[in-house]
Design a protein around this ligand. Structure first.
Ligand SMILES: [Zn+2]
Length: 142
């Protein structure tokens, strides 16, 4: 089961079904603005119980949260094992504060970048739409 209800344009509010092929928002593109669509979730979609259930699966990657991602029934994941990167305590860097400091080590992702999380979802969606080519914009690490 996929929980997002639709893809929505954050600029104009247009929306379409998850299975609908889209190069972003058609209405905004007609206005000359290239706007990516974002998943829309019903209020109260995310409960603590659902997150705990997702974390109890055998999958040890971002895809253990598949139900929260915008892939529909039958759409396959394209993945190199993104996510589940470790939290590292930074005990030696913490002085004079009351608390703990942790680092999320995203360099443990397949291309050493936090961007892998978004790309596994984007490429999976592109594959389900039979998109022949995917281009990634990057500031140097992709
Ligand atoms: Zn729009």
């Amino acid at each position: 089961m996929s929980l997002p209800l639709a893809l929505v344009c954050p600029r104009c509010g247009s929306h379409g079904a998850l299975s609908q092929f889209a190069f972003g928002c058609e209405r905004c593109r007609a206005d000359g603005a290239a706007i990516n669509l974002v998943p829309f979730y019903a209020p109260d979609t995310f409960t603590r119980e659902m997150m705990e259930q997702a974390q109890q699966t055998w999958e040890r990657s971002l895809w253990q949260y598949r139900a929260f991602l915008p892939l529909g029934e039958g759409e396959e994941e394209v993945s190199l094992g993104e996510g589940e990167t470790p939290l590292v305590p930074l005990r030696r860097f913490v002085t004079g504060i009351n608390g703990e400091l942790w680092l999320k080590n995203e360099s443990c992702n397949p291309t050493w970048s936090h961007k892998d999380r978004a790309m596994t979802v984007a490429v999976s969606k592109a594959r389900s739409w039979n998109v022949p080519v995917v281009v990634g914009a990057s500031s140097g690490v992709i």
